[in-house]
Design a protein around this ligand. Structure first.
Ligand code: HEC
Length: 281
């Protein structure tokens, strides 16, 4: 073990020990680079509001999420390499499975959240119809605690299996009604992108009641560190993650969006323009 790795190891060890001292509840295992420890859970609620089994249930869900992530990782490693062919060139063979497996990896990746303790699926679990998987929470709080324990949203995690099929928000003159658009209130109209699903996809990572990241660039940053980065680059193109992130990126991404330190800045990660954005459009 060389000096730098030893220092990195000691730092991680110190952070884990500190976290265990400060936070009495079990902190779910983290997989990747050291990041600031999660703050002490915020619990201003009178007794009886948070379900008694909340922590053990959150731990159970984390175990399930991690298991599914490992399963997706094994699936990605077992994929035969795709081949680029045809005019225009498209990925053939395992190309479609690669996209599906990448989606699964991202959906069960806990590193996507500020404190690396919540994946998208933690609140949107397939076996619960893509909503929350904790019975006691569904009977009491309804809303789910996010990465910053125990802040919760205003409503339950909405199901989204309809999402890819909805049209751009529009008025139907015959029925005198509005149709289309995504989210329960149709706010992702899809007007600009002509696709409500594509517009909607930009919101959950930075919604303070969902992933709570302070900047959409944090998703790209965490992806650039992911064990499955090569798969991402194979699907989205070499160079798609060639972004120069400033040294304070992890610190910024480990601070939930809406924190006072950001003021009104919605793009606190001051990264370089990726090469694929360099050509003016
Ligand atoms: C802490 C729980 C939580 C986490 C984590 C979470 N969500 Fe959500 N999700 C919610 C809630 C609550 C809503 C409803 C938001 C609203 O409209 O107010 C929602 C809404 C959605 C919707 C819209 C559903 C609809 O009404 O059409 C999609 C899509 C979605 N989430 C995807 C994701 C993705 C992708 C991630 C990971 C990047 C994620 N969510 C992480 C709780 C969560």
């Amino acid at each position: 073990m060389n000096r730098r790795r030893l220092i990195a190891f000691l730092r991680t060890f110190a952070i884990v020990v500190l976290a265990l001292m400060v936070v009495p509840q079990a902190v779910p295992a983290q997989r990747a680079a050291p990041s600031p420890p999660p703050p002490t859970p915020y619990n201003p609620y009178p007794p009886g509001i948070l379900p008694a089994d909340l922590q053990s249930e959150l731990d159970r869900v984390s175990r399930e999420v991690n298991l599914l992530f490992q399963q997706a990782l094994a699936e990605s490693r077992a994929l035969p390499p795709p081949f680029l062919t045809g005019q225009p060139p498209t990925l053939q063979g395992s190309g479609v499975q690669m996209v599906q497996t990448l989606g699964k990896l991202m959906n069960y990746d806990m590193n996507m959240s500020p404190f690396k303790n919540v994946a998208c699926a933690s609140c949107h679990m397939p076996y619960a119809g893509f909503s929350g998987p904790i019975p006691s929470v569904n009977l009491t709080m309804i809303a789910y605690p996010g990465s910053f324990r125990f802040r919760a949203n205003k409503r339950t995690a909405q199901r989204y299996t309809y999402s890819p099929w909805y049209p751009v928000f529009q008025f139907n003159a015959t029925q005198q009604l509005f149709f289309g658009g995504n989210f329960w209130d149709s706010r992702a109209t899809g007007y600009l992108l002509q696709n409500p699903d594509a517009e909607q996809a930009q919101h959950p990572p930075v919604d303070t009641g969902e992933m709570g990241l302070p900047d959409t660039a944090c998703i790209a940053f965490r992806l650039s560190q992911a064990v499955y980065r090569p798969l991402f680059e194979q699907v989205w193109g070499m160079g798609s993650l060639d972004i120069k992130f400033p040294p304070d990126t992890e610190k910024i991404c480990a601070t939930p969006g809406g924190a006072a330190v950001f003021g009104t800045d919605t793009t606190p990660v001051k990264h370089s323009t990726p090469s694929w954005r360099a050509t003016p459009r």
